[in-house]
Design a protein around this ligand. Structure first.
Ligand code: NAP
Length: 254
């Protein structure tokens, strides 16, 4: 394994790691030597994932908490740092989408999306920065979306949350850079996961993705895992405040 991409000796906390992109990121990190803490709300799903990694000889732990629960998520970060003696990588990946036109968008649905996709990332980054500053190094990686820079109808809260997440990434980058902490965001295009299963099953939308994306296909979760590995490893050591787009070229095509 190339040392440049090795995560040996690093402890990583990945939210939304029970499936989809978060699972792919956690799996990729584990395969490259990291000790991974998988977080989401479903304890049983996390246990199954952690056991699968352990069976392959990797170090993995399951930690169930709701990132929208302010007290629980702050405590979770402190618990990871206390238990493992360090925290090297935080991936704020847990996310939800609410679909519906703005005219019918209830305040509670707006709040839930902003809390889960944006405010939770702020809180977890604030807490993770404490052990990272003490260590003199750290990596914060936020899963944003191409919807941070472009928009589609009927997902206004998601578009706003992801745009805010990219702005937060810049704020983290300038504030923690001198402490040896890099902060970056990933903007996936359309990737096959549970979140997008309905869209992929819709023949019209599937055709839209395949026609508009220069690579003419949906992305695979492991392709986002590889991007996160670059940002988490020494390979990405001078990348800070960046939005890394992995969308098969969708947003550069007219
Ligand atoms: N798939 C795409 O095409 C795509 C494109 C751009 C960006 N993204 C972003 O990538 C991230 C992952 O998406 P995905 O496609 O992998 O979605 P997914 O398959 O629906 O997985 C979402 C993950 O987040 C967890 N989660 C949701 N709400 C949570 C909460 N309140 N607290 C803790 N964990 C929570 C879920 O587990 P529990 O339900 O058990 O909590 C699950 O592990 C999201 O931020 C999404 O916005 C996805």
């Amino acid at each position: 394994m190339s040392k440049l991409f090795s995560l040996a000796g690093r402890v990583a906390l990945v939210t939304g790691a029970s499936r989809g992109l978060g699972w792919a990121i956690a799996e990729t990190f584990a395969e490259h030597g990291a000790e991974v803490v998988l977080a989401a709300r479903d304890q049983a799903a996390l246990d199954a994932r952690a056991e699968a990694l352990a069976a392959r000889g990797h170090k993995a732990h399951a930690m169930a908490f709701d990132v929208a629960d302010r007290a629980a998520s702050s405590e979770a970060v402190a618990a990871v740092a206390a238990e493992h003696g360090r925290l090297d990588i935080l991936v704020n990946n847990a996310g939800i989408v609410h679909r519906g036109p703005i005219a019918e968008l209830a305040d509670a649905d707006w709040d839930r999306v902003i809390e889960t996709n944006l405010t939770a990332a702020f809180r977890l980054a604030r807490e993770a920065a404490r052990p990272m500053v003490a260590q003199g190094r750290g990596r914060i990686i936020n899963t944003a979306s191409i919807m941070a820079t472009v928009a589609r109808p009927a997902i206004a809260s998601y578009v706003a949350a992801k745009g805010g997440l990219v702005a937060l990434t810049r704020a983290l980058a300038v504030e923690f850079g001198a402490e040896g902490i890099t902060s970056n965001a990933i903007a996936p295009g359309y990737i096959s996961t549970e979140m997008t299963a309905d869209l992929e099953a819709n023949a019209e939308f599937d055709a839209f993705v395949r026609t508009r994306t220069p690579l003419a296909r949906w992305g695979r979760p492991e392709e986002i895992g590889a991007v996160a590995l670059f940002l988490a490893s020494d390979a990405g050591s001078y990348v800070n405040g960046h939005l890394l787009v992995a969308d098969g070229g969708l947003t550069v095509a007219l």
